[in-house]
Design a binder for this molecule. Structure first.
Ligand code: C5P
Length: 231
């Protein structure tokens, strides 16, 4: 296996779903497969980068040459990100982070109640992991790439999210098309990135996630090169 050169950029990627415990045996989660994030990690390693993949629970093998850190909850993913992102050149938030977690997970297994037909869960907001990386002080802040799953007006919503979260680049998937996005091996996407002149964008036709991953990594590395040149 080719060892990354000493000057190889360090890239940190989050992938997969998060799991938010309700009690010792139950959790809230989503259907993210982790395929896109793992494909990005593999593509980045092939480009010679030094890659750390922070992964939620997924059924995928670790790509060759990638350092993998397994986490379960959004808070654990946030903690690992806070530890690693300030030392990275590029951060890619590809994880489907749960927006909420149980306010107070039960210490023991919740019992079915004898009376009543409803049970109310109180949820609290999880940290926005990518926004916290984007908000790091300039000398610690990597280039930040986010993802957005949209079903309509993809480019416009992606532009909004790029600005709102303070990202450098965003990849917006069209999840309305059958056979694309969640769980699938194919993705169609818009890539939008910030330049000193404004926002540039490019549309990518439906293609295997592995191929799209290569395009995203090369675009992000090119952007990194222009920003480093400006500094
Ligand atoms: O706001 P939305 O969840 O659509 O934004 C998606 C982007 O934000 C993805 O890059 C995702 O990884 C990231 N995100 C995050 N932490 C959250 C929620 C989303 O890093 N709590």
């Amino acid at each position: 296996t080719p060892r990354p050169a000493a000057s190889a950029p360090h890239i940190v990627i989050t992938a997969g779903p998060t799991r938010e415990p309700l009690d010792p045996v139950r959790y809230l989660s989503n259907h993210s497969s982790g395929k896109m994030g793992f494909a990005l990690a593999a593509a980045a390693a092939l480009e010679g980068a030094n890659v750390t993949l922070i992964s939620g629970p997924v059924e995928l093998p670790t790509p060759k040459g990638v350092t993998r850190i397994d986490v379960e909850s959004a808070e654990q993913m946030h903690a690992e990100t806070q530890r690693l992102a300030p030392r990275a050149a590029l951060f890619i938030g590809c994880a489907a982070v749960a927006d909420y977690r149980a306010a107070a997970p039960a210490e023991h297994k919740l019992k079915k109640q004898e009376t009543g037909d409803t049970l109310t869960l109180t949820l609290v907001k999880n940290p926005d992991i990518i926004a916290s990386v984007a908000a790091l002080p300039a000398e610690q802040r990597p280039l930040v790439v986010g993802f957005a799953a949209e079903t309509q007006d993809i480019e416009r919503y992606a532009r909004d999210k790029l600005q709102r979260k303070g990202l450098d680049m965003i990849v917006a998937n069209d999840v309305s098309l059958a056979g694309l996005g969640f769980g699938s091996d194919q993705n169609a996407a818009w890539l939008l990135w910030r330049t000193p002149q404004g926002v540039e964008s490019r549309s990518e036709a439906p293609q295997p996630k592995t191929q799209l991953a290569g395009t995203i990594i090369r675009q992000a590395l090119a952007l990194l090169a222009t920003q480093t040149a400006e500094k």
